[in-house]
Design a protein around this ligand. Structure first.
Ligand SMILES: *Cc1c(COP(=O)(O)O)cnc(C)c1O
Length: 305
């Protein structure tokens, strides 16, 4: 596709970045190869010298990974993208490759944990950084090339397929999340609901300006007189579910439920948890594609107990 800026987001998500091999395959090929062969010693020397322009070794560049990078850059409207093995590898790569003064750079890089909505089906880990060609290729690429937090070709292919349904999934999951958030907001066992799509959220207006929806993730706090009671109430709701998955990932087509205070945020100090409003009664729900009524009924079991 020559002029990606002319196409809508949904078209770019399905069609941008595709680079066909000589076999003219319709779906993107998975290039599971660690290295690429050269016609001669001189050819090898030339390609290694300009390794960002050629395929030489899959720690540096790989055709399937390149397709993922090009598709994500098109979706973000960025000039260049480097994919990494995980979201944490993306964070490390941007910090390590800039001598650690990101503020001086003026927040000009987009960081993705592709593990979340880009895959969207809980299958692989992946990360990516999108920014200007100069920043990505002159700063980040040399670090990723040498340190090796590279995305695998197989994971790049899984992510390419995931991105084709990104819009549909996020729209439906966000609609489900809004329905569940509204229901929880009026539930007598619930103290408060954190969801930017709710009019009562302090940053609702900001979210309306910056986002198409409130997103698929919400959290809610259960009532309870003591922290111990709040934790018991939260665990009862979590253990009462039969549809939701008790797991730490988010952005999956399947609704996931987590108790942040004892899992994802269990290692930070109680003071830091309090500062982030993560109480013992808080439950995080990453809403999936199931019927929203079924998820409500799944939560209701523990809420009425
Ligand atoms: C998931 C996540 C990460 C970590 O990404 P991984 O792909 O699990 O390495 C970092 N920051 C935020 C905000 C995340 O949601």
């Amino acid at each position: 596709m020559d002029a990606p800026q002319d196409f809508g987001f949904d078209t770019l998500a399905v069609r941008s970045g595709t680079a066909r091999s000589d076999f003219n395959e319709h779906s993107e090929a998975i290039f599971l190869t660690s290295s690429f062969v050269f016609a001669s010693a001189a050819d090898a020397a030339e390609r290694f010298k300009n390794s960002e322009d050629y395929f030489t070794y899959s720690r540096f560049t790989n055709p399937t990974v390149s397709m993922f990078q090009d598709r994500l850059a098109a979706l973000e409207g960025g000039e260049a993208c480097i994919a990494t093995a995980s979201g944490m590898a993306a964070i490390m790569s941007v910090v390590m490759s800039t001598l650690q003064q990101p503020l001086k750079l003026g927040a000009d890089v987009v960081m993705h944990s592709a593990t979340k909505f880009l895959d969207g089906q809980g299958r692989v880990l992946g990360g990516a950084l999108v920014g200007s060609k100069q920043f990505i290729m002159e700063k980040v690429f040399p670090f990723v090339r040498s340190a090796g937090p590279t995305l695998s070709a197989f994971n790049a292919w899984v992510l390419l397929k995931g991105m084709e349904t990104l819009s549909l999934r996020v729209e439906k999951q966000s609609a489900n999340a809004l329905e569940i958030a509204r229901w929880l907001d009026s539930h007598p066992a619930v103290n408060r609901v954190f969801y930017p799509g709710l009019e009562s959220h302090p940053q609702h207006a900001l979210a309306r300006r910056q986002q198409k929806s409130g997103g698929a993730i919400l959290s809610f706090e259960l009532k309870g007189d003591t922290p111990e009671q709040m934790r018991a109430n939260a665990w009862r709701v979590i253990d009462g579910t039969k549809v939701c998955s008790i797991t730490g990932n988010l952005g999956d087509t399947r609704t996931t439920i987590t108790h942040p205070a004892t899992t994802t945020h269990g290692r930070i100090t109680p003071e830091a948890r309090a500062a982030a409003s993560i109480s013992e009664g808080l439950i995080r729900l990453a809403v999936g594609l199931e019927n929203a009524g079924d998820i409500r009924a799944d939560l209701q079991r523990g809420l009425e107990g």
